[in-house]
Design a protein around this ligand. Sequence first.
Ligand code: SAM
Length: 215
Amino acid sequence: MRLRNKPWAREKISAHPQYIIPNPEEAKGHWHEIFGNNNPVHIEVGTGKGQFVTGMAKQNPDINYIGIEMYESVIVTALDRLIEAGLPNLKLLNVDGAELLNYFEKGEVGRVYLNFSDPWPKSRHAKRRLTYKTFLSLYESLMPEGGEVHFKTDNQGLFEFSLKSFSEYGMLLTFVSLDLHNSSFEGNVMTEYEEKFSAKGQRIYRSEARFQPRP
Ligand code: SAM
């Protein structure tokens, strides 16, 4: 993601506390009150400009979504989409996904979406990949038993690494596609990166992996 300096982004974010949660530590344990219902909460870590979470929130009004993006200059575009769509079941968090424990209680998150996560191709950077075991452990600690991680990427190397990581962590793979757009999967909501890469003819990989009960 190319970052453009947007000095006005912080001010715009502060002006919309109903969409981008200010003081997100205070939201921990209170997400159902914030959404005003008891519907499941699904999060996307690395939401970018928000096309996927906005599309999912429109498609599934009975699920609450939270798009998590660490860069102000990027999340501000997701904010624009949300202002335009005015969706009651979507919120945004401008935080680092590595610190999710500060913002969610155990069991508050029903599902984690990872879409076109940064591949960090050098093996010395493997720990930064959002499907590395420490991140899986973090996601597991936010979800009730049987929580799922749904993952899409165009990057074959990252996909191979991630399938191995899910498997070594003891997760059950319940869906794997090596060519999502030529599969029978229904209801796919495209992300910005997915549109860009598939337009260039690149295949899209997708998996669903479920955490298993601990003995
Ligand atoms: N998901 C979007 C899509 O598919 O179009 C954006 C993909 S982009 C390659 C990855 C995004 O993840 C970037 O916007 C980046 O800033 C964000 N990101 C990476 N690591 C993150 C982290 N630890 N916490 C929050 N956001 C992160």
